[in-house]
Write a protein that binds this ligand. Structure first.
Ligand code: SF4
Length: 301
C-alpha cells in the first residue's frame, strides 16, 4: 500500500479539487482510501458530494489548564504563561485562563500545583463516509478555536490506514493542509510520494518551493502539477524552469476553465462533471505511477 500526499504551500490553488478528481480516476483501477488532512478547513467531503460523515468520533490530543480557588494564592501566574493566556481577575481575586489562548504547556501547573488542573479537551471530530464513487473517505475537523492540528492529522491517517488495511487497498490519497507547518509535516510523514499543486503566480511559486523543500528534507519523491497554467504563461514558464533546474518531474498542466468552478458548485469532481478531463487526470496519474515505481527501484538499489 502506497501513500500519496497532495500538497500546495499556498492555499486556494485547487489542491482539494485536484485530489477529488485524482481519487475518482484512481478508484476506477485500484482500491483506494482518501483522507482529508486539511483539518483546519476540510472540504474534500463536499467536493465528493458527501454531506454528512458517519461514525464520527470526538477526539482529544490537547490539554488545557483550569484554575480553582486555590490559584488565588498564585498572583504571579500571568507572568509565567508564555502564551498570554492568564490574566488576574480583580473582581474574583484569582487568575483567569483564556481557554482559546492556552496551549496546555503545563508551566502554570508547575508554578501552582494546588491551584491548576490540566484536563484533556476534545479538540477535533473525525468521521468517515462511503462516497458514491465506491471508495471510502476519512475526514478530520478541528473544533473552532482549538489547536493541535498536527496530532489530529496523525489520527486521521491512522484511521485511513486501518480502513485501507482491512480493504486491502492499493493507495491512500491524502489531501494535506496548505502551508509548511505541523499538519503538512504530519501528512508528509510516511508518504511514498508528494504531488505539489501550484498556480502561475509568484506567491504560489514561492510557497510551492517551501513545501517541496520540506518534502526534500524528508526524502519524499515529489512532482509538480500547474493548475490554471494558461492564466500567466510567463510564471508557468518560471515554474517549469524551477522544476527543470531542480530535476523535479512536471506531472501535468491543467487549464483555467469555469467547469472546475461549476463542478465544485455542484459538489462534483471535475472529471465527473466534464468527461474530457478524465484523460488529462489519467495522464497525470500515469506519470505519478511511473515516478513511484522509479523511486521504489531507486530505493532498492
Ligand atoms: S498550560 Fe501553559 S499555556 Fe496554558 S495557561 Fe498554563 S502556562 Fe499558559
Amino acid at each position: 500500500m502506497k501513500i500519496i500526499s497532495i500538497v500546495s504551500g499556498k492555499g486556494g490553488v485547487g489542491k482539494s479539487s485536484f485530489t477529488a478528481s485524482l481519487a475518482l480516476v484512481l478508484s476506477r483501477k485500484f482500491k483506494i482510501v482518501a483522507a482529508d488532512c486539511d483539518v483546519d478547513a476540510p472540504n474534500l467531503a463536499l467536493l465528493l458530494g458527501v454531506r454528512r460523515l458517519e461514525k464520527t468520533e470526538r477526539v482529544s490530543t490537547r490539554y488545557k489548564a483550569f484554575a480553582n480557588r486555590r490559584a488565588a494564592r498564585c498572583r504571579n501566574l500571568a507572568e509565567i504563561c508564555a502564551f498570554s493566556a492568564i490574566s488576574w481577575n480583580e473582581r474574583k481575586r484569582m487568575p483567569e485562563i483564556n481557554r482559546f489562548l492556552c496551549e496546555g504547556c503545563g508551566a502554570c501547573k508547575l508554578a501552582c500545583p494546588q491551584g491548576i488542573t490540566l484536563k484533556r479537551v476534545k479538540n477535533a471530530v473525525i468521521g468517515e463516509a462511503k462516497t458514491k464513487y465506491n471508495f471510502r473517505l476519512v475526514s478530520g475537523m478541528l473544533v473552532v478555536g482549538e489547536s493541535g492540528s498536527g496530532n489530529i492529522v496523525e489520527l486521521v491517517k491512522q484511521r485511513a490506514r486501518k480502513i485501507a488495511e482491512n480493504l486491502g487497498a492499493d493507495f491512500i490519497l491524502l489531501d494535506s493542509s496548505p502551508g509548511i507547518g505541523c499538519p503538512v509535516i504530519a501528512s508528509l510523514r510516511e508518504s511514498d510520494y508528494a504531488v505539489g499543486i501550484t498556480e502561475p503566480t509568484q506567491t504560489a511559486l514561492s510557497d510551492l518551493k517551501r513545501v517541496l523543500e520540506v518534502a526534500r528534507h524528508f526524502e519524499i519523491p515529489h512532482g509538480i502539477v500547474i493548475n490554471k497554467y494558461d492564466l500567466n504563461p510567463k510564471v508557468s514558464e518560471a515554474i517549469e524552469s524551477y522544476a527543470g533546474e531542480n530535476r523535479i518531474p512536471l506531472l501535468g498542466r491543467l487549464p483555467y476553465d469555469a467547469k472546475f468552478v461549476e463542478a465544485a458548485v455542484n459538489m462534483l469532481p471535475v472529471v465527473a462533471y466534464e468527461t474530457r478531463y478524465e484523460r488529462m487526470f489519467l495522464g497525470i496519474w500515469n506519470r505519478i505511477h511511473r515516478e513511484l515505481k522509479r523511486s521504489r527501484r531507486h530505493a532498492e538499489t
